[in-house]
Design a protein around this ligand. Structure first.
Ligand code: FAD
Ligand code: NAP
Length: 545
């Protein structure tokens, strides 16, 4: 249907995506008296937790922190069954929240936004979908997710493969039974590391194709510590305020000591304590792990020693030992029995670092040296076109027909990860240039949604037609994001934070590593200063609708 022919629905705000971000944005805007509509590609709410239904999927931030914090009643009423909730449980939670606030009535499901064009005459966004809908919205909020564009590498021959194949990020809703099957898993990132132990337990034989060995730490999952829970529930709002003021959106006592100042015995003791706590605790053992190579190497060697202790075959253990990048400069993986899985007789590990997967054949796959493998099923745990992928699939055009994809040709440019110059009244939740994926994302999502909602209320109160990041503020922010990243070891890893997993994607460090607390403070200050760094156009156009 052409844009002109489509029935145009008029709204204050159009929100794309019904994950944690889009749903909370809907609720806040509704409560603030704006008309808002969510468009979601899936047939229900949940975003990440709707799509990633692979075996073993669960959060790596503890459930008591990986939940909404905006309503003090929610954490009291919802009972998490485990320290790290599974995907089905998180999906049930987000459905419960959607029911509680009657959110679904304003979500259009099974509909994909295909374009968003800014009309300078009306100061409105014309948004169209693959169903032929058209919306005219004053504001457009992209809650499209940082890890929602699943990516299968461009392997030759995939179309000819006669077996079953799956991507972890687009897993069938009915589940997959691997019983009695020969299975190949490509990838050893977080999704692979969570799913491999469960697939191995079912499959006749599992072959894991590893390009880069990754650092993984045990979750030590189990029941919730009731004493700890009772303590934080005494004032959950204050707990979340502390999370928003923290480095990573989780409440932890900050490290105080340098790894290099500690004696080898002290270091070992500290790493052991944190290994036993499980999860990301080890990353906060010392103040210099993320910034000093020598300090970092001590943590890297500690994890390698654990792998060697766990994996019985010494050659396999060495292959699983990460050496290609500093510890935790790619997302640290949190596992349950990952390394132990390689002690099973039905599991083999294949190194594809120097002998890559060359093609998918009709019966399996072939490596560059001609070695062939046959599989009943192949699992692509190959990740996402992260941070910009979902946005790049939408034809977004701002002032003067400026295309976002062209503006971001050499890497994303934003002010605060919230707006891009040239795209008035368009906001990105957890966009590139904000802490987003380097944090407990629910905390970052809520911080962005709160800021955006306050901003829209301000514009309404001040009869202001548009808000737009200035090029100057954007340039300064991009410089700052890069400078802060350059003080750390993160740019040394070929990570998706840098777009390194997508051939041809510009190598730019996309998230802001300066910390959730510092960042939130900056956002608050900008708002207090009358949206400093943004251009506000006080003229409401005559034909605003
Ligand atoms: P999403 O949940 O990604 O939702 C975006 C939605 O937008 C999707 O439903 C998508 O269908 C929709 N959409 C996108 N484009 C369009 C379009 N053009 N038209 C219509 N709809 C569209 N973070 C943590 O902090 N802790 C964790 O433990 C954690 N675990 C994770 C585990 C997995 C397997 C993955 C993949 C990510 C994990 N993350 C984790 C990150 C996670 O993505 C965020 O925590 C959070 O769920 C993101 O919510 P969101 O609403 O911003 O985006
Ligand atoms: P990922 O971290 O990007 O891992 C993708 C894996 O596929 C990597 O091992 C990569 O190898 C490999 N790969 C990609 N292309 C390949 C090719 N052509 N040949 C061989 N190997 C190839 O993706 P992910 O595991 O889906 O995780 C993405 C992010 O989602 C995580 O970092 C995390 O933020 C989030 N997540 C969290 C959890 C959790 O624990 N809660 C679980 C899943 C995902 P290289 O490393 O060599 O590129």
């Amino acid at each position: 249907m052409s844009e002109a022919a489509a029935p145009v629905r008029t709204l204050d705000a159009l929100i794309v995506g019904a994950g944690f971000a889009g749903l909370y944005q809907l609720l806040r805007l509704r409560r603030a008296g704006f008309t808002a509509q969510v468009i979601e590609a899936g047939d229900n709410v949940g975003g990440t937790w709707y799509w990633n239904r692979y075996p073993g999927a669960r959060c790596d931030i503890e459930s008591l922190e990986y939940q909404y914090g905006f309503d003090e009643a929610l954490p009291h009423e919802w009972q998490w069954s485990e320290r790290y909730a599974t995907q089905p449980e998180i999906l049930r939670y987000i459905n419960w929240v959607a029911d509680r606030f009657d959110l679904r009535k304003d979500v259009r499901f099974e509909t994909r936004v295909t374009s968003a064009h800014f009309n300078e005459a009306t100061n409105r966004w014309l948004v169209t979908t693959d169903r032929g809908d058209a919306y005219s919205a004053k504001f457009c909020v992209m809650a499209t997710g940082c890890l929602s564009a699943a990516r299968v590498p461009d392997f030759k021959g995939l179309d000819s493969y006669k077996g079953e194949w799956y991507h972890t990020g687009e897993w069938p809703h009915e589940g997959v039974d691997f019983t009695g099957k020969t299975v190949g898993v490509i990838g050893t990132g977080s999704s692979a590391i969570q799913s491999i132990p469960l697939i191995a337990a079912q499959a006749k034989h599992l072959t894991v194709f590893q390009r880069t060995a990754n650092f993984s730490v045990p979750a030590h999952n189990g029941p919730i510590d009731e004493e700890y829970k009772a303590k934080i529930l005494q004032d959950y709002t204050a707990f979340r305020r502390a999370a928003r003021a923290s480095q990573g959106g989780v409440v932890r006592a900050p490290a105080e000591k340098s790894a290099l100042e500690a004696t080898p015995e002290e270091r070992q003791r500290e790493f052991e304590i944190r290994w036993e706590i499980g999860g990301f605790a080890i990353g906060g053992a010392f103040i210099d792990l993320a910034i000093n190579e020598e300090a970092n190497a001590t943590a890297a060697e500690f994890v390698r020693s654990k792998i060697r202790q766990t994996v019985k075959d010494p050659a396999t253990a060495e292959l699983l030992c990460p050496r290609d990048y500093p510890f935790a400069t790619k997302r640290l993986c949190v596992d349950t029995g990952y390394f132990e899985t390689f002690n099973r007789d039905n599991v083999s590990l294949v190194d594809v670092k120097n002998n890559p997967v060359a093609e998918i054949t009709t019966t399996g796959l072939k490596l560059q040296d001609g070695t062939a493998y046959d599989f009943d099923a192949i699992v692509f745990a190959t990740g996402f076109d992260a941070m910009t992928g979902a946005l790049s699939k939408i034809d977004i055009q701002g002032r003067g027909g400026l295309k976002l994809n062209e503006k971001w040709e050499h890497g994303p440019r934003t002010y605060l990860g919230l707006q891009a110059a040239g795209f008035p009244n368009l906001f990105t939740i957890t966009g590139p240039g904000s802490p987003s994926v380097l944090s407990n994302m629910i905390v970052s999502i809520e911080q962005h949604v709160d800021w955006i909602t306050d901003c829209l209320e301000y514009l309404r109160d001040h009869e202001t037609a548009t808000i737009e990041a200035t090029t100057r503020a954007e340039d300064e922010w991009v410089d700052h994001v890069n400078t802060v990243a350059s003080f750390t070891l993160y740019p040394k890893a070929n990570s998706w934070y840098l777009g390194a997993n997508v051939p041809g994607k510009p190598r730019v460090f996309m998230p802001y590593i300066g910390g959730v607390g510092n960042y939130a403070q900056k956002c608050d200050q900008v708002a207090k200063d009358g949206y400093e760094g943004f251009a506000l156009d006080a003229k409401e156009p005559v034909s605003a609708r």
